[in-house]
Design a protein around this ligand. Structure first.
Ligand code: S3P
Length: 427
């Protein structure tokens, strides 16, 4: 366990390039594995979660060459090799759920395991559609890891997702790619569309019509060569840190700007933050750009409905800066937030209270009044990377020092986070 000490800062300045986007890294690695040819990915996420995906793919017979953040995946085509030992997904729900879609279409049995946090997370959401397509899946209590998946020649389905989840959508589309016929999946609220974009980049033809995405089975994929844009959910910590210091300026380069991920920019602008897009380009269907962020006192506001779904990974840091806003922040419709790497509603509330804030914790969210001054405290990441980073941000404006226990969990998505934070702080 490592404990990190955060001292209050006076401002933020400079520039940074976030690590490669975690969501895109997982998808490109998995599609590269079942494509024909060598997929070369620059700026692949350096986080432990994407390393878990690579290790699982290697066990399935896929050669993955690593050269820092440049990864080359030697695709095997649609047929992977059986693994003699369990596939360890570590802390990564994305690895377990998305890979399940591919394993459902392999005619062998695989076992997927995870750490204590992942072992508590719900898997019925992928088991239900994949079983309907013909896979046999056993889980602990029918719903939790470990998963034992016996794949099959899959049949297409038309699936209505009961919850908004890009991971579930991805599992069904990946399975659909390996199935006979045309599979479709409809989502109750639109979620991030990296899978649809990635499938197109690798040569498949997913077709979106309203909230339903269709994919024809047995399409051949070809390898791609690309640079992965910087993770917007990682950059979020720095945007929110800048918001704490009116007048501060920070430039973020090579930032993912996919509209289904960039709702944070709209919400922060609406709350008063200055964000200027300096340039924008597109590669393989994903937008990226450079933004300049200018700190201004945020008004606060309510996050609900489709905003909650679109901002699901950014909610911990928005909640962590809420006390410093003028009117506070209310988060609604966020039951899913309790089912992440930790119960993020409860963990955010506990840490904010430890720092002296008044918080109203609700079943589906939080209401955090504005105009509150926090004090430094001993807090815990609860083993959750986004909680560790969110409270490093909250600590920058607190009175006194803050000690974050289990700060090493930031490495799940952002190994250099604390060093990068230090490099942009003004003391
Ligand atoms: C992700 C989807 C979201 C998100 C997770 C990454 C993805 O999860 O919270 O960090 O890459 O598709 P859900 O699909 O469970 O909403």
């Amino acid at each position: 366990m490592s404990t990190t000490l955060i001292h209050p800062a006076k401002g933020i300045s400079g520039s940074l390039r976030p690590p490669g986007d975690k969501s895109i890294s997982h998808r490109y690695a998995m599609l590269g594995a079942i494509a024909n040819g060598a997929t070369r990915l620059e700026n692949f996420s350096t986080g432990a979660d994407c390393a878990s995906t690579l290790t699982c793919l290697e066990k399935l017979g896929v050669r993955c060459d690593r050269d820092g953040s440049i990864i080359t995946i030697h695709g095997r085509g649609p047929h992977l090799q059986t693994s003699a030992s369990p596939l360890d997904c570590g802390n990564s729900g994305s690895t377990m759920r998305m890979l399940s879609g591919i394993l459902a279409g392999q005619e062998f049995t695989s076992e997927l395991i995870g750490d204590a946090s992942l072992s508590r997370r719900p898997m019925a959401r992928v088991i239900t559609p994949l079983a309907a397509m013909g896979a046999t899946i056993h889980a602990h209590d029918g719903a939790r890891p470990p998963l034992r998946i016996t794949g099959a020649r899959l049949k297409a389905i038309h699936y209505e997702m009961p919850i908004a989840s890009a991971q579930v959508k991805t599992a069904v589309l990946f399975a659909g790619l390996l199935a006979d016929g045309e599979t479709s999946v409809a989502e109750p609220i639109r979620t991030r569309d990296h899978t649809e974009i990635a499938l197109r980049a690798f040569g498949a033809n997913p077709h979106a019509q309203g909230n339903r995405i269709r994919i024809r089975g047995r399409e051949e994929l070809h390898a791609i060569q690309t640079t992965i844009p910087g993770d917007l959910s990682s950059a979020a910590f720095f945007m929110c840190a800048t918001a704490l210091f009116p007048g501060s300026q920070l430039v973020i380069t090579d930032l993912l700007m996919n509209p289904t991920r960039a709702r944070l920019l709209d919400v922060l602008i609406a709350m008063g933050l200055g964000i200027t897009v300096l340039e924008m380009t597109e590669q393989h269907g994903e937008l990226r750009g450079t933004v300049q962020v200018e700190g201004r006192t945020l008004v606060g506001g309510t996050i609900a409905g489709s905003d909650t779904a679109a901002l699901i990974d950014e909610l911990p840091v928005l909640a962590a800066i809420a006390p410093y806003t003028k009117d506070g922040i209310e988060i609604r419709d966020a039951r899913e937030l309790r089912l992440k790497e930790s119960d993020r509603v409860a963990c955010v509330a506990a840490n904010l209270r430890a720092m002296g804030a008044e918080v109203d914790e609700r079943e589906d969210g939080l209401r955090i009044p504005g105009g509150q001054q926090l004090h430094g405290a001993d807090i815990d990441s609860f083993g959750d990377h986004r909680i560790a980073m969110a409270f490093a941000v909250a600590a920058l404006r607190a009175d006194g020092e803050t000690r974050i226990r289990h700060a090493e969990s930031a490495g799940i998505s952002y190994p250099g986070f604390f060093e990068t934070l230090e490099s942009v702080l003004e003391r």
